[in-house]
Ligand binder design. Sequence first.
Ligand code: NAP
Length: 304
Amino acid sequence: MALLTDLNSKSLTGTEGKKHMAIRVGVIGTGTIGSDHVRRLTNDVVGASVGGVFDIADDRASQLASSVGARVYARWQDLVASDDIDAVVVASPGERHPDQTIACIEAGKPVLCEKPIATAMSEAVRVVEAEVAAGRRLAQVGFMRRYDAGYRSVKAAMTDGTIGEPLLAHAVHRNPAVPDSFQGEMSLTDSVVHEFDVFRWLFDNEIVSVLVLPVKQSPVGAAHLRDPQIIVVQLAGGEVVTIESFVNCRYGYDVRCEIVGSLGTVSLDNPRTTVVVGENGRQEHIPGDWRERFGPAYVSELQA
Ligand code: NAP
């Protein structure tokens, strides 16, 4: 709330006392999600505009910038330092996030850093320490599920007594496929990281242990990844979450969970759009990818 008030007052006066109506957001990284965020900030978010963009692929950045009337910066450091930029979205590859996010914090600018905050523990700690040194909350990680209507209903049922005392959860996180650039432990650090965040938030407790069990390898999955996997997460209150991660499930983007409480359960299903009944039986739509499934949540996240 303090952050919002800060930004609102800035949006009225501007950094040079100029009167302008929107918070001018700079976007670093204009690939898949960065360009989506630029379009959302331009078309869907109230009170914001895209002031500038940077990408090492400068032609990609230029094309996008011209489509929304934004400036292209030659270096991300110039974008962060610019008096024409009030807040920043970092949407570059994960290993770039710590330096870029820390630069925003040091410049006193609110920053929405796409997940993951970092790709190594020591780098994540560096970001947290920079924010502690700054003395106020300036950084938020792009965990958009907290803004998804379905997850918010689940959270409500967990906190209003509907299911009694929440005890455990089962989660499924399936992606149709991942690109070749998806390597090593990325199914944990880039995909399951959403589960790590959302169950901390849902149970309002920290994670105390994580166990990863490889499963029989899918014959049609990426051979270089251990896929699928089962992850068992234990939270500080003794709650346990079992997560199936399957990043090459082929058939669609399927994210669901069920929370088991002392008096009942609450389940998150795929949002139901249409159900077709015909000679092939009963068929319903499964989202094709994360952009479709969480589109509205990304808008709410940016708006907040
Ligand atoms: P992407 O399509 O590869 O886009 C990344 C962009 O950043 C590319 O244009 C890349 O250029 C550029 N880039 C590379 N180095 C850079 C640097 N030092 N500074 C600025 N830009 C640089 O990847 P993406 O799918 O958009 O993912 C970007 C980030 O968002 C990742 O951390 C990813 O985990 C996260 N993400 C989050 C969600 C979510 O649900 N919250 C969903 C998708 C992605 P080149 O192509 O020339 O390298």
